[in-house]
Design a protein. Structure first.
Length: 558
């Protein structure tokens, strides 16, 4: 199967020593550099955990669930892949142990194995190898990241599969990049290579000889340390790369490029040595480093202490700032704290307010109060998914006088079910995979904030929800001033709501953050940040003393 002539080259990325070294970012950065050399690149993540997908995992434990166009709930690393490279991920770009086993067990039940005893080797490993091939079509280089850390019991079948894969496709068609940690010990004033040596030894014990070592470190590795690592780990000195800590993640491709990682990859994979152009990326990093002013966004959600649970949101806000050369300061506000008073104190200092997606009742009362504050104080407001639902509940209660209006997610028995279970899901009770997921189109009202932002009459955005706006209440909400400016083409789903008499109030049922990319910031984030900045400037103007930077800011947006 693998012997036939193929054009795709493979890079397998593994990690050692400790977790959270940024393997996903490293893989995504390598993809960006190779794209800068004109190669078509795709990325794939193989995750050793047993969950079929991360959809049922707590974002507090595992970070955000990233949703693809085709409606797959995937690992947040796929978000990095899409933001750094130009690929658009599908269900085949993320496999877990659970997904692999589910497929093998299904085949076994169907009798596909013709009476054989089904085993990890070869059946599970074959399934993994086939999964790798599924996204190879039409790409020059496929980067496959193996989740977890070498030495974990769960990763073994994946490592065995990629070892076999390498053997199948042959040298020059696949390489192994291993990410390790080279810690600096302050007490002795030394960089320590032993953890790297041990990790590589572990890898070699299962038959994998890494070709390139990416060494996470807090300072550049001097050449004697590189030489030592090369010698002990049996690789060339030019294949020992410093992966130094950076201020912001978008700098990683530039650092790795400076270290010459693409040169060694091109050499090892026998790829044409094309010219490299990272100019657009360099410009991006320059703009992030040198903002002309700043703006502060308050995000009222739950789990706010754990940054990874809102990864794409974070990035989309940063992109929105880049579009106007602004640094976006995020003020994370735990919705429950707002519930318990102190709302004014928390919200008074921010220029714009965002309520992100979420599940479960905790914090919802605080979010509804937050919407009211933003509406009444005319502070730019952006609601995403649960944020839209809170906006509708708030309007029903405070503008339409429906005091008990709620979502049936939070109050089954309410008489005013302004948000209720998706009609399509009635009778479906499982939590796993029972949501409206992935890309669906919406049509926008001419002249609305949304339509002006997108500059297009129809859009496609990614969804992840179980509840929807009950359209019975639409006439009353409209009478109270709410505008339904985005609807699914069949009129079945409310997708966007706004207020016309507010500086910028937009809430959407979908998750725009998934589609924002640093080189093409999402229109809604771009406009929300710009509106928040106008609010900042206006508030600043109202104050007597003005600094030079204030004057600059005021002029730009007038
Ligand atoms: N909990 C709400 C729903 O299921 C909102 C989901 C979300 O914000 N992603 O519809």
């Amino acid at each position: 199967m693998l012997r036939k002539k193929r054009n795709t080259k493979y890079i397998f990325v593994t990690g050692g020593v400790v977790s959270s070294l940024g393997k996903g970012l490293a893989a995504a950065s390598i993809a960006r550099i190779l794209e800068g050399r004109g190669f078509r690149v795709t990325l794939q993540k193989l995750d050793p955990y047993i969950n079929v997908d991360p959809g049922t995992m707590s974002p507090f434990q595992h970070g955000e669930v990233f949703v693809t166009d085709d409606g797959t709930e995937t690992d947040l690393d796929l978000g990095h892949y899409e933001r750094f490279a130009s690929m658009t991920a599908t269900k085949d770009n993320n496999f877990t142990t659970g997904k692999i086993y589910a497929s093998v067990i299904e085949k076994e039940r169907r009798g596909d194995y013709l009476g054989a005893t089904v085993q990890v080797i070869p059946h599970i490993t074959d399934e993994i190898k086939e999964s790798i091939l599924r996204v190879s079509k039409g790409v020059d280089v496929q980067i496959v990241e193996i989740g977890g850390t070498v030495g974990d019991i769960e990763s073994l079948p994946f490592l065995e599969a990629i070892r076999q894969f390498w053997l199948d496709v042959g040298r020059n068609n696949a390489i192994f990049i291993h990410l390790t940690l080279v810690p600096y010990l302050g007490a002795s004033g030394e960089l320590k290579t032993k953890p790297t040596q041990h990790s590589v030894r572990e890898l070699r014990a299962i038959g994998i000889q890494p070709d390139v070592l990416l060494c996470r470190c807090d300072r550049p590795l001097p050449s004697d340390i590189k030489r030592k690592i090369a010698l002990f780990c049996n690789i060339g000195e030019d294949a020992v790369i410093s992966a130094i800590d950076v201020h912001n993640i978008y700098e990683v491709p530039l650092h790795l490029s400076e270290e010459g990682i693409d040169e060694i990859i091109v050499k090892l994979l026998d790829l044409p040595d094309r010219k490299k152009d990272l100019a657009a990326w360099e410009d991006l990093v320059h703009r992030i480093r040198h903002p002309q002013d700043e703006v502060t966004i308050g995000i009222v959600g739950k789990y706010v202490a754990y940054e990874d649970s809102y990864k794409s949101l974070n990035e989309a806000l940063l992109h929105g700032g880049v579009a106007s050369n602004l640094r976006v300061n995020l003020k994370w506000i735990e919705a429950e704290d707002v519930e318990n008073g102190g709302l004014e104190a928390e919200l008074a200092g921010v220029d714009g307010i965002l309520i992100p997606g979420g599940f479960g009742v905790r914090g919802v009362a605080g979010m509804i109060r937050t919407v009211r504050w933003a509406r009444e104080h005319r502070v730019p407001f952006f609601g995403i998914c649960l944020g839209l639902q809170c906006a509708v509940i708030e309007a029903a209660r405070n503008l339409c006088g429906l005091e008990t209006a709620h979502s049936t997610e939070f109050d089954e028995a309410t008489n005013e079910r302004v948000i209720y279970k998706l009609r399509d899901l009635l009778g479906v009770e499982d939590l796993g995979g029972t949501m409206r997921l992935g890309a669906y189109p919406a049509e926008l009202t001419q002249g609305s904030n949304a339509q002006r932002a997108y500059g297009a009459p129809s859009i496609s955005e990614r969804h992840r929800h179980r509840y929807e706006v009950n359209q019975e209440f639409m006439p009353r909400l409209e009478k109270a001033g709410m505008r339904f400016t985005g609807m699914s083409p069949d009129g079945k789903f409310v997708e966007i709501v706004e207020y016309a008499d507010h500086p910028w109030f937009v809430a959407c049922q979908f998750h725009p953050e998934y589609k924002s990319r640093p080189l093409s910031p999402h229109p809604l984030f771009r406009e929300f940040v710009a509106a928040s900045y106008r609010n900042r400037v206006a508030r600043r103007d109202a104050l007597p003393a003005r600094t030079e930077s204030d004057a600059y800011a005021a002029d730009r947006f007038r």
